[in-house]
Design a protein around this ligand. Sequence first.
Ligand code: ADP
Ligand code: NI
Length: 230
Amino acid sequence: MIQNVAEEVRRLMSADKSGHGFEHVERVWRLTRLLAEKENADCKVAELAALLHDCDDYKLVGVEKAEELSNAKQIMKNSHVPSAMQEKVLNIIRSMGYSKSLKGIRPTSLEGKIVSDADMLDAIGACGIVRCMQFALERCNQYNAPIFEKNVWPERNLSAEEYKMPNRRSDNFVNHFFEKLLKLKNMMMTDSGKKEAQKRHQIMVDFLDNFFAEQGLDDWQRFLHDYLDE
Ligand code: ADP
Ligand code: NI
């Protein structure tokens, strides 16, 4: 059943290159299995949610269709996932994601917490830096925008609506770390997730610190350290 779902998700997502491709899903799936084992959770439900969590992402299907979760529902139906299990999986998917957390929506089941942690862990650390770079490069090509502007500082507290706004002034590769990625460590919901997030957070801090140091950007280095002290 799980392999079947994985195959369908792979087919659906293989076209996308925005950092939402199947490679992300495979990493989240793997992390989910690791966390589920450590936290003694229902592995099947967590694995299904991990595989299906980005099938109806608003960036793929549009904001209106995203809420329907039609891709996730169709794939589970095709793979004969029992209906009680389908409900649990859909509830997890409805409760996860950074934009939803900005609106106060967070997973409540242990399996949901695990998949949410796994998804956020893949946005930070070395893989997170690469995904952020991939996303930013696409955006730069689309809007002919630079990867980093030393005079454009990050926004302090973005609302869910502001965060989703396309071509926002402060939106670039470096600012995305301050506007989202450096906050994810404190949003982990399981002990194993928290532990892994510490390591991955430090990788981003070291990367940014050196990126600024190599360019003699003392003000950005100070900004980073003040940000981290807050
Ligand atoms: P997730 O699938 O982890 O919930 P998102 O859907 O928010 O993450 O974004 C997909 C990936 O693209 C993430 O790794 C995220 O950090 C990156 N990303 C999203 N928005 C931006 C942006 N404005 N600039 C750079 N990277 C971004
Ligand atoms: Ni994801």
